[in-house]
Design a protein around this ligand. Structure first.
Ligand SMILES: [Zn+2]
Length: 241
C-alpha cells in the first residue's frame, strides 16, 4: 500500500511541481513532507493505519524525487538532506528565482541544458505542461512529457529518473537512488522514534500480536515434523496454511 500510494503521486499530482521538487519548489516540497509526517504519526496514534500508509507513501515519493530532480548529487553531497524532514530547520543555499542555473548547450545536433560550471546553489529542473513559463536560464526536468524541452530544443533535462535519462545525468541514477534510500530510512526512523515499536511494526505490516490462525498452524507444523521424523520426507511435508 505504501508503494502504491508512492507511485500514484505521478498520476494524481502529475503537474503539481512541489510534489516532485520540480521548478525549484523546495520550501513547498518540504512542507508537504513535514505536514505528511505529522499526519502519518497522528493517524498511527488514532489507529488509522491505512490512512497513515497513504500519507507515508505520498511523502516518500516527494522525498525520493528530490534526489533525482535537484542537483544535490551533482553538488557532490554524499548524505541525505536531513533538513527536508526537520520542520525546525531552514533550507539554505537555494537558487534565487532570477538566478540562471543552466546554459543551453548543443552537441552533435542535440541541444540540452547543462549546469553552469560555477554553480554552487541548489536548483531543480522545470517540468511544465503548456504554456511554458520556465524562466530564462533555468534547467529543465526533461523527457517527452516535459514541455520545457521538446522539438527543436531536444528532450534533455537534469533528471536522474532512469539510467537512460539524457544529458549525462542518467549515469548518476544509482547514486541518486542510493541516497534516496538512505533518506527514506532516515524518515522512517524519525516516525518510529515519535511513535513506538508496536505502532511502527503495525504500520509496516509486522504485527506484534498473534494474527488469527497463522502462527498456531505453523507452530503445530513444526512440532509435528520434529516428533515424527517420517514427516520430514518431502512428499509428506504438506503445505503451510
Ligand atoms: Zn514524481
Amino acid at each position: 500500500m505504501i508503494c502504491y500510494h508512492n507511485v500514484m503521486v505521478d498520476v494524481t499530482h502529475a503537474f503539481s511541481a512541489q510534489h516532485h521538487f520540480d521548478n525549484e519548489k523546495f520550501n513547498e516540497g518540504k512542507k508537504l513532507i513535514t505536514d505528511g509526517m505529522d499526519k502519518t504519526i497522528n493517524d498511527m496514534k488514532n489507529g488509522k493505519f491505512d490512512d497513515a500508509r497513504e500519507a507515508l507513501g505520498e511523502i516518500l515519493h516527494t522525498l525520493q524525487d528530490f534526489y533525482s530532480h535537484s542537483n544535490w548529487i551533482e553538488l557532490k553531497n554524499t548524505k541525505p538532506y536531513s533538513e527536508l524532514i526537520d520542520p525546525n530547520k531552514k533550507l539554505t543555499n537555494l537558487a534565487e528565482k532570477s538566478e540562471e542555473t543552466c546554459v543551453e548547450l548543443c552537441r552533435k545536433g542535440s541541444c540540452g541544458a547543462e549546469f553552469r560550471k560555477d554553480l554552487k546553489v541548489l536548483t531543480s529542473g522545470y517540468f511544465e505542461l503548456l504554456p511554458v513559463n520556465k524562466p530564462k536560464g533555468k534547467c529543465s526536468h526533461g523527457g517527452i512529457s516535459d514541455s520545457t524541452t521538446g522539438l527543436g530544443k531536444s528532450w534533455d533535462g537534469i533528471n536522474k529518473d532512469y539510467k537512460e535519462s539524457n544529458n549525462g545525468h542518467g549515469v548518476l541514477h544509482n547514486t541518486a537512488s542510493n541516497l534516496a534510500t538512505d533518506a527514506t530510512v532516515q524518515l522512517l526512523e524519525n516516525i518510529w522514534k515519535k511513535t513506538d515499536n508496536s505502532k511502527f511494526l503495525r504500520l509496516v505490516g509486522l504485527h506484534e500480536e498473534e494474527p488469527a490462525g497463522a502462527w498456531r498452524t505453523s507452530l503445530h507444523f513444526i512440532l509435528l515434523t520434529s516428533r515424527y521424523p517420517d514427516a520430514n520426507k518431502p512428499d509428506e511435508m504438506g503445505t503451510m496454511e
